[in-house]
Design a protein around this ligand. Sequence first.
Ligand code: RP5
Length: 163
Amino acid sequence: MSALVGVIMGSKSDWATMSHTVDMLEQLGIPHEAKVVSAHRTPDLLFSYAETAAERGIEVIIAGAGGAAHLPGMCAAKTHLPVLGVPVQSSMLSGVDSLLSIVQMPAGIAVATLAIGRAGAVNAALLAASILGNKYPEHQQALQAFRAKQTSNVLDNSDPRQA
Ligand code: RP5
């Protein structure tokens, strides 16, 4: 099946974070693709990626970037698809720069901003599953199964003194 989720990131150095998104999409069985697309190093590629994503069958884009992280916002400006932004934890400012760059979109173009780092990367995949679940029952069921397992893991191991 062709990819429903496009995972893009500004640099290969973002893979340590964005691999958590891909891992969760794989766990949920959601078809996806992953690619390095830089807003400032490959701006033409970013434009063509965003402009052609919908016609290629992509329904959700997850964009991870760090520092002056303009990738999610620029991507959202060039597509009507939902764009989920993941702030990558930067070395200089611990990802606060990435977070503020992504979250503070001026009114008119929306980016759904997740948490900094691994939590945001994982949750971006879960949010994509929620969005796709409105249309694809199998993806909604996979998300519900993931959550049920997470709940039972806590309930079955609720003594904090035991590993
Ligand atoms: C951003 O610059 C990338 O998203 C990355 O987080 C950051 C640093 O990139 P590299 O210099 O490691 O390639 O565009």
